[in-house]
Design a protein around this ligand. Structure first.
Ligand code: ADP
Ligand code: MG
Length: 253
């Protein structure tokens, strides 16, 4: 997509769990080459919003469009194949496999889309090709020196970047990252911010869930603030930082 064009449009998306409205008619848009932060206190509905966009959960109501095409109601696997990559809130690596294998396996699982294409070999790629592409993605995020290290031996900050490399291996146009900076030390956060800025400069669109205000202030182009399932505010990081309702939600509770 062209820089600045509409990549993601979330329109009044809603999710009820029994009597609980976890996501209450949330709307926002994301343009190509932007990093948007989705912030808010614990339980605000951020991860649920991610799960609605990526098809892990089905919405009670509302629409999600990716590059102008409706994706709500589609299975997670198809949404991934259309170009929406993601990481999860808790690290999901295979700790005794190598860094390279973790990325190659992720790419393989994502690409191997079904019986028909497998039989026709349309989506099948050789192991060598997968490993090569995995190595390319790892170099892209600065993990080129760790290809044969066991994933479990990496520092947490490197594991988070490894998960991003794994998401990149499915060749996404949009990346959704759920709290990639949580628990990281200052230096690791800086390293992560550098990787994300670099991806943006390559044209990637990124939607980032984050708790740490400082981290999103310097990195994101736009923020959406959620609280108790609703959208509390939306704007430039500077505007959000001075928004009384946001300060209240963060500090007042
Ligand atoms: P956040 O990521 O902002 O911390 P979540 O999206 O994880 O918030 O959760 C929002 C609300 O929905 C919370 O009250 C949480 O307990 C509830 N919730 C999340 N997932 C489920 C589920 N599968 N079943 C029932 N309630 C859930
Ligand atoms: Mg969450």
């Amino acid at each position: 997509p062209q820089a600045g064009s509409l990549v993601l449009e979330v329109n009044k998306i809603r999710k009820e769990f029994g009597g609980l409205v976890a996501v209450n008619d949330i709307s926002f848009t994301l343009n190509a080459g932007q990093i948007m932060g989705l912030i808010g206190p614990n339980g605000a509905g951020k991860s649920t919003t991610f799960n609605l966009i990526t098809g892990v959960l089905s919405a009670t109501s509302g629409q999600v469009s990716f590059l102008g095409q409706r994706i709500d109601g589609k299975p997670a696997r198809e949404i991934s194949r259309l170009g929406v990559g993601r990481t999860f809130q808790h690290v999901q690596l295979l700790p005794t496999m190598t860094v390279l294998e973790n990325v190659a396996l992720g790419a393989h699982l994502r690409r191997n889309v079904g019986v028909v294409s497998a039989v026709l070999h349309t989506e099948r790629r050789s192991e060598a090709e997968l490993l090569h592409e995995a190595a390319v993605q790892l170099q892209r995020v600065g993990l080129g020196d760790y290809l044969y290290e066991e994933a479990g031996n990496l520092a947490l900050g490197q594991q988070r970047i490894l998960e991003i490399a794994r998401a990149l291996a499915s060749d996404p146009l949009l990346l959704l990252l759920d709290e990639p900076a949580a628990g990281l030390r200052y230096k690791e956060k800086q390293e992560l911010a550098k990787v994300l800025s670099q991806l943006r400069s390559e044209g990637m669109s990124i939607l980032l869930v984050e708790h740490d205000m400082d981290f999103v202030m310097n990195l994101t182009d736009k923020l959406v603030v959620m609280d108790f399932g609703t959208k509390l505010a939306e704007g430039l990081p500077k505007e959000i930082q001075e928004n009384p309702a946001v300060l209240e939600a963060y500090l007042g509770g």
